[in-house]
Write a protein that binds this ligand. Structure first.
Ligand code: KIV
Ligand code: NA
Length: 264
Protein backbone atom coordinates (compact mmCIF):
# COMPACT_ATOMS: atom_id res chain seq x y z
CA UNK A 1 0.00 0.00 0.00
CA UNK A 2 0.96 3.63 -0.43
CA UNK A 3 1.81 6.22 2.19
CA UNK A 4 -0.78 8.48 3.78
CA UNK A 5 -0.63 11.95 2.19
CA UNK A 6 -1.58 15.44 3.29
CA UNK A 7 -4.57 15.14 0.91
CA UNK A 8 -5.80 12.08 2.83
CA UNK A 9 -5.70 14.15 6.04
CA UNK A 10 -7.67 16.99 4.41
CA UNK A 11 -10.24 14.44 3.17
CA UNK A 12 -10.54 12.96 6.69
CA UNK A 13 -11.52 16.40 8.05
CA UNK A 14 -14.16 16.77 5.31
CA UNK A 15 -15.60 13.40 6.33
CA UNK A 16 -15.45 14.33 10.02
CA UNK A 17 -13.05 11.46 10.80
CA UNK A 18 -10.65 11.90 13.71
CA UNK A 19 -7.16 10.37 13.68
CA UNK A 20 -4.23 9.79 16.02
CA UNK A 21 -0.63 10.87 15.60
CA UNK A 22 2.29 9.57 17.68
CA UNK A 23 5.93 10.50 17.95
CA UNK A 24 8.56 7.95 16.90
CA UNK A 25 12.34 8.11 17.01
CA UNK A 26 13.52 4.67 15.87
CA UNK A 27 12.70 2.00 13.28
CA UNK A 28 11.22 -0.71 15.53
CA UNK A 29 8.81 1.61 17.33
CA UNK A 30 7.85 3.18 13.99
CA UNK A 31 7.05 -0.30 12.63
CA UNK A 32 4.77 -1.15 15.57
CA UNK A 33 2.83 2.14 15.27
CA UNK A 34 2.72 1.89 11.47
CA UNK A 35 1.28 -1.63 11.65
CA UNK A 36 -1.23 -0.43 14.26
CA UNK A 37 -2.51 1.98 11.62
CA UNK A 38 -1.27 5.27 13.08
CA UNK A 39 -1.41 7.48 9.96
CA UNK A 40 1.11 10.16 10.95
CA UNK A 41 4.41 9.71 12.81
CA UNK A 42 6.22 12.77 14.17
CA UNK A 43 9.96 12.75 14.74
CA UNK A 44 9.60 15.43 17.40
CA UNK A 45 12.33 17.55 18.90
CA UNK A 46 10.93 16.01 22.11
CA UNK A 47 13.76 13.58 21.22
CA UNK A 48 15.87 16.15 23.07
CA UNK A 49 14.30 14.88 26.29
CA UNK A 50 13.18 11.31 25.63
CA UNK A 51 16.11 10.18 23.47
CA UNK A 52 19.01 12.47 24.38
CA UNK A 53 18.25 13.25 28.05
CA UNK A 54 18.27 17.06 27.77
CA UNK A 55 16.12 19.27 30.02
CA UNK A 56 14.36 20.94 27.08
CA UNK A 57 14.12 20.84 23.28
CA UNK A 58 16.47 23.81 22.90
CA UNK A 59 19.79 21.89 22.49
CA UNK A 60 18.42 19.71 19.65
CA UNK A 61 20.07 20.12 16.24
CA UNK A 62 19.20 19.06 12.71
CA UNK A 63 22.08 16.59 12.90
CA UNK A 64 20.52 15.04 16.03
CA UNK A 65 17.17 14.46 14.31
CA UNK A 66 18.28 13.40 10.81
CA UNK A 67 19.31 9.82 11.66
CA UNK A 68 16.20 9.32 13.84
CA UNK A 69 14.01 10.56 10.98
CA UNK A 70 15.72 8.24 8.49
CA UNK A 71 15.13 5.32 10.88
CA UNK A 72 11.42 6.13 11.26
CA UNK A 73 11.01 6.38 7.48
CA UNK A 74 12.77 3.02 7.02
CA UNK A 75 10.71 1.39 9.78
CA UNK A 76 7.33 2.48 8.38
CA UNK A 77 5.55 1.91 5.10
CA UNK A 78 2.12 3.55 5.43
CA UNK A 79 2.56 6.54 7.74
CA UNK A 80 3.26 10.11 6.70
CA UNK A 81 6.52 10.98 8.50
CA UNK A 82 6.81 14.56 9.79
CA UNK A 83 10.15 15.91 11.05
CA UNK A 84 10.38 18.75 13.57
CA UNK A 85 12.61 21.64 12.58
CA UNK A 86 14.64 22.19 15.76
CA UNK A 87 15.30 25.49 17.54
CA UNK A 88 17.61 27.72 15.52
CA UNK A 89 17.17 25.84 12.24
CA UNK A 90 14.44 28.04 10.68
CA UNK A 91 13.83 31.27 12.62
CA UNK A 92 16.62 33.30 10.99
CA UNK A 93 15.16 33.40 7.48
CA UNK A 94 13.01 31.61 4.91
CA UNK A 95 16.24 30.48 3.21
CA UNK A 96 17.46 28.88 6.44
CA UNK A 97 14.10 27.13 6.88
CA UNK A 98 14.23 25.75 3.34
CA UNK A 99 17.82 24.58 3.76
CA UNK A 100 16.89 22.69 6.96
CA UNK A 101 13.68 21.24 5.53
CA UNK A 102 15.47 20.10 2.39
CA UNK A 103 18.00 18.19 4.49
CA UNK A 104 15.17 16.32 6.26
CA UNK A 105 13.55 15.46 2.95
CA UNK A 106 16.69 14.62 0.95
CA UNK A 107 18.89 13.00 3.60
CA UNK A 108 16.21 11.32 5.74
CA UNK A 109 13.18 10.93 3.46
CA UNK A 110 10.76 12.99 5.60
CA UNK A 111 7.43 13.77 3.95
CA UNK A 112 6.70 17.02 5.80
CA UNK A 113 8.18 19.32 8.44
CA UNK A 114 6.79 21.03 11.54
CA UNK A 115 7.72 24.54 12.71
CA UNK A 116 6.72 26.36 15.90
CA UNK A 117 5.19 29.82 15.79
CA UNK A 118 2.53 32.05 14.30
CA UNK A 119 2.66 35.17 12.20
CA UNK A 120 6.36 35.76 12.77
CA UNK A 121 7.22 32.63 10.75
CA UNK A 122 4.75 33.18 7.88
CA UNK A 123 7.55 34.01 5.40
CA UNK A 124 9.17 30.65 6.26
CA UNK A 125 5.88 28.79 5.78
CA UNK A 126 5.23 30.49 2.42
CA UNK A 127 8.74 29.72 1.15
CA UNK A 128 8.54 26.07 2.22
CA UNK A 129 5.09 25.56 0.72
CA UNK A 130 6.07 27.16 -2.57
CA UNK A 131 9.15 24.90 -2.65
CA UNK A 132 6.89 21.83 -2.28
CA UNK A 133 7.41 21.13 1.41
CA UNK A 134 4.22 20.28 3.33
CA UNK A 135 4.22 22.32 6.55
CA UNK A 136 2.62 21.37 9.86
CA UNK A 137 2.31 24.45 12.08
CA UNK A 138 2.45 24.44 15.92
CA UNK A 139 0.76 27.03 18.17
CA UNK A 140 0.03 27.46 21.87
CA UNK A 141 2.68 26.03 24.16
CA UNK A 142 5.58 25.98 21.71
CA UNK A 143 8.38 24.43 23.79
CA UNK A 144 11.19 26.12 21.85
CA UNK A 145 9.92 29.40 23.43
CA UNK A 146 9.84 28.04 27.01
CA UNK A 147 12.17 30.80 28.20
CA UNK A 148 9.77 33.48 26.92
CA UNK A 149 6.75 31.76 28.53
CA UNK A 150 8.62 31.29 31.82
CA UNK A 151 7.78 27.58 32.02
CA UNK A 152 5.52 24.96 30.46
CA UNK A 153 2.11 26.54 31.08
CA UNK A 154 -1.25 26.80 29.33
CA UNK A 155 -1.29 29.38 26.50
CA UNK A 156 -4.09 31.25 24.73
CA UNK A 157 -6.25 32.22 27.71
CA UNK A 158 -8.24 35.47 27.39
CA UNK A 159 -6.90 38.03 24.88
CA UNK A 160 -4.11 35.66 23.82
CA UNK A 161 -6.80 33.37 22.42
CA UNK A 162 -7.69 35.96 19.75
CA UNK A 163 -4.00 36.24 18.84
CA UNK A 164 -3.76 32.46 18.50
CA UNK A 165 -6.88 32.37 16.31
CA UNK A 166 -5.39 35.06 14.05
CA UNK A 167 -2.10 33.13 13.86
CA UNK A 168 -3.95 29.94 12.93
CA UNK A 169 -5.91 31.63 10.13
CA UNK A 170 -2.74 33.25 8.74
CA UNK A 171 -0.88 29.92 8.82
CA UNK A 172 -3.71 28.29 6.91
CA UNK A 173 -3.66 31.12 4.36
CA UNK A 174 0.13 30.71 4.02
CA UNK A 175 -0.42 27.07 3.04
CA UNK A 176 0.15 25.00 6.19
CA UNK A 177 -1.59 21.61 5.84
CA UNK A 178 -2.34 21.23 9.56
CA UNK A 179 -1.71 22.90 12.91
CA UNK A 180 -0.76 21.43 16.27
CA UNK A 181 -2.45 23.14 19.23
CA UNK A 182 -0.52 22.43 22.42
CA UNK A 183 -1.80 23.19 25.94
CA UNK A 184 -4.60 25.59 25.07
CA UNK A 185 -8.10 25.80 26.58
CA UNK A 186 -10.52 23.31 25.04
CA UNK A 187 -13.01 25.98 23.94
CA UNK A 188 -10.29 27.89 22.05
CA UNK A 189 -9.16 24.67 20.31
CA UNK A 190 -12.78 24.04 19.35
CA UNK A 191 -13.18 27.54 17.86
CA UNK A 192 -9.94 27.19 15.90
CA UNK A 193 -10.96 23.74 14.65
CA UNK A 194 -14.31 24.96 13.32
CA UNK A 195 -12.75 28.12 11.81
CA UNK A 196 -10.09 26.30 9.78
CA UNK A 197 -10.44 24.01 6.76
CA UNK A 198 -7.11 22.30 7.61
CA UNK A 199 -6.95 19.71 10.42
CA UNK A 200 -6.07 20.74 13.96
CA UNK A 201 -4.03 18.29 16.04
CA UNK A 202 -4.42 18.67 19.78
CA UNK A 203 -2.10 17.86 22.67
CA UNK A 204 -3.57 19.12 25.92
CA UNK A 205 -6.19 20.94 23.83
CA UNK A 206 -9.36 18.99 24.64
CA UNK A 207 -11.54 16.71 22.55
CA UNK A 208 -12.71 19.02 19.75
CA UNK A 209 -9.60 18.95 17.54
CA UNK A 210 -9.57 16.89 14.34
CA UNK A 211 -6.64 14.77 15.57
CA UNK A 212 -4.60 14.12 18.69
CA UNK A 213 -0.86 13.67 19.24
CA UNK A 214 1.13 12.30 22.17
CA UNK A 215 4.77 11.59 22.84
CA UNK A 216 4.87 7.78 22.77
CA UNK A 217 6.86 7.40 25.98
CA UNK A 218 4.15 9.39 27.80
CA UNK A 219 1.35 7.18 26.44
CA UNK A 220 3.25 3.96 27.23
CA UNK A 221 4.18 4.84 30.81
CA UNK A 222 7.90 5.48 30.46
CA UNK A 223 7.72 9.13 31.58
CA UNK A 224 8.16 9.58 35.36
CA UNK A 225 5.78 12.54 35.86
CA UNK A 226 3.52 12.93 32.80
CA UNK A 227 1.46 16.10 32.27
CA UNK A 228 -2.27 16.33 33.12
CA UNK A 229 -3.24 15.89 29.46
CA UNK A 230 -1.50 12.48 29.12
CA UNK A 231 -3.53 9.29 29.28
CA UNK A 232 -1.34 6.29 30.06
CA UNK A 233 -2.30 3.27 27.90
CA UNK A 234 0.48 0.95 29.07
CA UNK A 235 3.01 0.67 31.91
CA UNK A 236 6.20 -0.10 30.03
CA UNK A 237 8.44 1.23 32.80
CA UNK A 238 7.08 -1.41 35.19
CA UNK A 239 7.19 -4.12 32.52
CA UNK A 240 10.79 -3.32 31.63
CA UNK A 241 11.84 -3.00 35.28
CA UNK A 242 10.41 -6.47 36.03
CA UNK A 243 12.09 -7.96 32.95
CA UNK A 244 15.50 -6.39 33.70
CA UNK A 245 15.37 -7.63 37.33
CA UNK A 246 14.28 -11.14 36.29
CA UNK A 247 17.06 -11.32 33.69
CA UNK A 248 19.72 -10.16 36.17
CA UNK A 249 18.40 -12.64 38.81
CA UNK A 250 18.55 -15.50 36.29
CA UNK A 251 22.10 -14.60 35.30
CA UNK A 252 23.20 -14.46 38.93
CA UNK A 253 21.50 -17.80 39.75
CA UNK A 254 22.64 -19.54 36.57
CA UNK A 255 19.04 -20.13 35.38
CA UNK A 256 19.83 -18.20 32.18
CA UNK A 257 21.05 -19.28 29.72
CA UNK A 258 19.55 -22.77 29.91
CA UNK A 259 20.26 -25.57 27.40
CA UNK A 260 17.40 -24.36 25.14
CA UNK A 261 19.21 -21.03 24.69
CA UNK A 262 22.57 -22.73 24.02
CA UNK A 263 24.03 -23.83 20.67
CA UNK A 264 25.14 -27.46 20.46
O1 KIV B 1 8.33 17.32 19.73
C1 KIV B 1 7.19 16.81 19.86
O2 KIV B 1 7.02 15.65 20.27
C2 KIV B 1 6.04 17.63 19.48
C3 KIV B 1 4.66 17.10 19.73
C4 KIV B 1 4.38 16.89 21.16
C5 KIV B 1 3.61 17.92 19.06
O3 KIV B 1 6.23 18.71 18.98
NA1 NA C 1 8.32 19.45 19.00
Amino acid sequence: GRRVTVRDLAAAKERGERWAMLTAYDAMTARVFDEAGIPVLLVGDSAGMVVYGHESTLPVTVDDLLPLTAAVVRGSSRALVVADLPFGSYQASPAQALESAARFMKEAGAHAVKLEGGRRILPQVETLVSAGVPVMAHLGLTPQSVNVFGGYRVQGRGQAGDELMADAKDLERAGAFSVVLECVPGDLAQRVTTSLAIPTIGIGAGAATDAQVLVWQDLMGLTPRPAKFVKQYADLAATMDRAARAYADDVRSGAFPSPEHTYL
